[in-house]
Write a protein that binds this ligand. Structure first.
Ligand SMILES: CC(C)(COP(=O)(O)OP(=O)(O)OC[C@H]1O[C@@H](n2cnc3c(N)ncnc32)[C@H](O)[C@@H]1OP(=O)(O)O)[C@@H](O)C(=O)NCCC(=O)NCCS
Ligand SMILES: [Zn+2]
Length: 328
C-alpha cells in the first residue's frame, strides 16, 4: 500500500500544510480522497500457503503423463478487505490473525480497557494521582479522573502503551516519540462498571473510557478565520494564514506564540461519547498540568495537534475560540 494512503497525525496532508505555503497545498488531494485507516495487513506478518500447495501439485504432475497445461489466474478479490462500521478499521476477512486483532481492537474502541485490581495495586508506586472523583455524567454513570506521567513503568505503563496503540490505530497516527512521552502526562477517565452479581462484586471495577495526553510545549499558532472567497481577510494579520487541513477548514497564523500545553492525543471510547468526558479530561489537564498555574484555553494557553473533525468541534466548544495548533 502506498504510504500516501495512510492518514497519520504526523503525515496527514495538513501536517505538511502547516509548514508549507498555501499555494502548494491547493494541489494536494482533499482529505476525503486519502484513505484514513490502515488495513491491518500492514501490522501483521502473513504466512502464505500458496507455495506449499504449488509444490504438492507439481509433484503429482510429475508422476503422471505430460498433460496439457492450463494457465491459472489468481484474482486478488478486494471484497475480502472489510471496513468495520463500528471502529472504522480495514482488515482482511477470513485471515484469523486479522480477525482476532480486529475483534480486540473493536472492543477497546467501543468500550475501553479495563482498569483493574493490578493497576490499582501499582497506583501509589507509579505516582497515580486522583484529580477528581465522583463525577456524574449526563447519562447518570459515575467516574473519576486520574493523572500520572506518561513514561510510567510496570503494569500501568503496559496498559498505557496498549491504550496508545489503540488510539494510534484509530487515528492512523504514528507512536508518540520518547521525547514527547518524557514531556507528557496522561489523564484517564475511569468509569465505574455496573455492580456485578458475583461474590467479588465488592471490589471496584473500572474501565478506561477516555484519555488525554498533555505535553509540555513552547510555542503554537493561533487559529484564524479562513480567507473569504475573494481572498481578503476579515482581520489583517502579520503573515498570511496557512490551512491546517482542507477537511476541517482550519487556518492558522504561522507566527509562533508562547504556549505551555499541547494535546497530542485525545480519545473517548465510542459508546461513551457526547457525555462530556473529553471536556472534563481537558479541564482537568488545563487545571493541573503545571502545578499552581491553571491554564486558560480561552487565553491561548492550550494547543491541539492537527485535529480530526470531532476534535475540532471539541476544541471550539471547550476552548471557547482560544485553542491553538502546534506540530507534534
Ligand atoms: C473527539 C472526541 C475525543 C470527543 O469526545 P467526547 O467525550 O464525545 O466529547 P465531549 O462530550 O466532551 O464533547 C464536548 C462538545 O464538543 C462537541 N462535539 C464533540 N464531539 C462532536 C461530534 N462528533 N460532532 C459534533 N460536535 C461534537 C459538542 O459541542 C460537545 O458538546 P455537546 O455534546 O453538549 O453538544 C471523541 O469523539 C473521540 O475520541 N473521537 C475519535 C478520536 C478523535 O477524533 N480524537 C480527536 C483528536 S484531535
Ligand atoms: Zn470494528
Amino acid at each position: 500500500m502506498s504510504s500516501k494512503l495512510k492518514r497519520t497525525y504526523g503525515v496527514r496532508p495538513a501536517r505538511t500544510s502547516v509548514s508549507s505555503p498555501p499555494s502548494e497545498l491547493s494541489s494536494s488531494p482533499p482529505r476525503a480522497a486519502l484513505k484514513r485507516k490502515r488495513p491491518l495487513m500492514e501490522h501483521l506478518s502473513f504466512t502464505n500457503t500458496l507455495s506449499t500447495k504449488r509444490s504438492k501439485r507439481a509433484k503429482s504432475n510429475d508422476k503422471g503423463k505430460q498433460k496439457q497445461l492450463t494457465q491459472l489466474h489468481f484474482t486478488i478479490d478486494s471484497s475480502v478487505l472489510r471496513t468495520c462500521p463500528l471502529c472504522d478499521l480495514s482488515y482482511t476477512t477470513g485471515a484469523p490473525d486479522d480477525e482476532s486483532l480486529h475483534r480486540s481492537h473493536c472492543a477497546r474502541v467501543q468500550r475501553g480497557l479495563e482498569w483493574g485490581r493490578e493497576e490499582e495495586r501499582e497506583s501509589i508506586k507509579a505516582g497515580v494521582e486522583e484529580i477528581s472523583s465522583d463525577i456524574r455524567l449526563k447519562n447518570g454513570t459515575k467516574g473519576r479522573i486520574v493523572c500520572f506521567r506518561a513514561e510510567v513503568p510496570g503494569r500501568i505503563g503496559a496498559k498505557v502503551q496498549m491504550l496508545l496503540d489503540t488510539i494510534n490505530l484509530t487515528l492512523s497516527s504514528p507512536p508518540l516519540s520518547q521525547s514527547v512521552l518524557q514531556a507528557s502526562k496522561v489523564y484517564l477517565f475511569l468509569l465505574q462498571s455496573p455492580p456485578s452479581s458475583t461474590a467479588a462484586s465488592s471490589s471496584r471495577r473500572e474501565k478506561i473510557v477516555g484519555c488525554v495526553i498533555a505535553q509540555r510545549i513552547t510555542t503554537a499558532m493561533a487559529i484564524v478565520s479562513p480567507p473569504s472567497q475573494d481572498g481578503t481577510m476579515k482581520d489583517p494579520l502579520p503573515s498570511s494564514p496557512i490551512p491546517v487541513d482542507p477537511s476541517t477548514n482550519l487556518y492558522v497564523c504561522p507566527t509562533p506564540l508562547p504556549t505551555p500545553m499541547g494535546i497530542p492525543r485525545l480519545f473517548v471510547s465510542s459508546t461513551h461519547r457526547r457525555l462530556g468526558i473529553a471536556s472534563r479530561l481537558l479541564t482537568a489537564a488545563a487545571d493541573t498540568f503545571i502545578l499552581g498555574y491553571p491554564l486558560d484555553p480561552a487565553k491561548g494557553e492550550v494547543a491541539f495537534t492537527q485535529p480530526t473533525g470531532a476534535g475540532k468541534s471539541v476544541l471550539e466548544k471547550w476552548g471557547k475560540g482560544g485553542v491553538r495548533i502546534y506540530e507534534e
